[in-house]
Design a protein around this ligand. Structure first.
Ligand SMILES: *[C@@H]1O[C@H](CO)[C@@H](O)[C@H](O)[C@H]1NC(C)=O
Ligand SMILES: *[C@@H]1O[C@H](CO)[C@@H](O)[C@H](O)[C@H]1NC(C)=O
Length: 387
């Protein structure tokens, strides 16, 4: 809560400071369907301290966004390899982007902490000249995207590509980093680049050489890891390493049939002589089926239960039969075991009771006197008569 009053004047001051330094305004004219490249150079944002100063020693980073929005419009991309190198705004506007777009670019000087704002007014218009229905896209593996955005390498690409195409005016339509199309950042090994997709358009048809490179036969060879069919001399090879397996050709010279607008009917089918409606189904009573399905198993289960109960409860061989079948001696033996066990149990329940007399060491059962035994009972014969 307390932070708000502190921050608000600061923010306002910052914005006023940005607005006060009268923002430079540049008007640019991108064209629908053609590549647009704008270089963000240190020199255009910060006047260098002295004329002899070495520009690359200044570290500047940029932030660009559509006016009133936090980010760039969908068609425009921003890239900068390092703060010492220029930044690029590039992209290919589509017909929906036609009109006026204002891009605000803030440059931060990383050495002096200066900031400068620049406004780019983009007036996006329709292309002039002939249509470019023949479009080809090449994957250049030997370059990063910043290396083909400046005009020199871009025009060199077109010039050398002209050797492969029927003579005609070639134009750059789109440039995309391979990283934006699912490519991977290469290992930091000398000579490995991210790769860049370059889309070129022309009014003149593809040469047979290009057609062959993009033919299904070539793709089949590529899928097996073999080089594609390149019937002509690769004029690009001296400057650009093009992946001939990833060439795609688009021929827009044949206009696509316009999508027919579906007409809405009244929702009622017209009379169709072949339409055979399903016959009326007769009502069926499923009650008996259901009852049979449920009751028969229930009855069987009940019957089995009753049978089992009868066998278990009524046909049990009783104790009487067991007792009769057992000899008396066994019964007595068993009974004494039971009695003794019972007595032991009772003794265990109350351990305070005096020891049973029979267990005392010197106890005469008949006289009750307590004397140490005079005879060693172990030596007295059990049956005295036999002595
Ligand atoms: C340019 O390429 C990018 C990336 O592939 C794509 O999103 C964009 O639609 C293309 N622009 C045009 C005008 O084709
Ligand atoms: C190149 O094309 C092949 C198929 O033609 C595809 O599998 C592969 O992903 C493409 N590579 C790149 C980097 O686009």
């Amino acid at each position: 809560m307390a932070a708000a009053p502190v921050w608000t004047p600061l923010l306002v001051g910052l914005l006023a400071g940005l607005g006060g330094a009268e923002a430079q305004q540049t008007t640019l004219h991108p064209v629908v369907g053609r590549i647009f490249v704008h270089t963000l150079d240190h020199g255009t944002f910060f006047s260098l301290p002295e004329p002899g100063a070495d520009p690359p020693t200044v570290s500047v980073t940029y932030h660009a966004h559509l006016q009133g929005h936090p980010d760039l419009p969908r068609w425009l991309r921003y890239t900068q390899r390092s703060p010492r190198q220029p930044g690029f705004l590039y992209g290919s506007p589509t017909s929906e982007d036609r009109g006026r777009q204002v891009i605000e670019v803030v440059a931060y000087n990383r050495d002096s902490f200066d900031t400068t704002q620049q406004r780019l007014v983009l007036l996006i218009g329709d292309p002039e000249g002939p249509l470019l229905p023949y479009q080809a896209e090449f994957l250049v593996r030997s370059h990063d995207v910043e290396e083909v955005l400046p005009s020199t390498p871009a025009s060199r690409f077109l010039t050398v590509l002209g050797g492969l195409w029927e003579p005609g005016e070639l134009q750059l339509l789109n440039i995309t980093s391979a990283l934006d199309r699912g490519g991977r950042v290469p290992l930091p090994i000398e000579g490995r680049k991210e790769g860049v997709y370059i889309k070129v358009g022309s009014a003149s048809p593809f040469s047979t050489c290009l057609k062959m490179v993009a033919s299904p036969d070539s793709h089949a060879r590529c899928a097996q890891g073999q080089p594609p069919l390149l019937s002509c001399y690769d004029t690009l090879a001296s400057h650009f390493r093009v992946d001939w397996c990833n060439v795609s050709l688009v021929d827009k010279s044949v206009p696509e049939p316009a999508d027919e607008v579906p007409t809405l009917g009244d929702g009622v089918l017209e009379r169709d002589p072949f339409f055979c409606p399903p016959t009326e189904a007769t009502a069926r009573d499923f009650l008996t089926d259901a009852l049979v399905t449920l009751l028969v198993p229930l009855l069987v289960a009940l019957l089995l239960t009753l049978l089992l109960a009868y066998v278990m409860c009524c046909r049990r061989e009783g104790r009487l039969k067991r007792d009769l079948a057992t000899s008396d001696i066994q019964m007595v033996h068993h009974c004494s075991i039971l009695g003794n066990t019972e007595e032991l149990r009772q003794m265990a329940a109350s351990r305070d009771v005096p020891r049973p007399l029979s267990t005392l060491p010197m106890f005469n059962v008949r006289t009750g006197e307590r004397l140490p035994p005079r005879v060693d009972s172990a030596q007295v014969p059990l049956i005295l008569d036999q002595h």
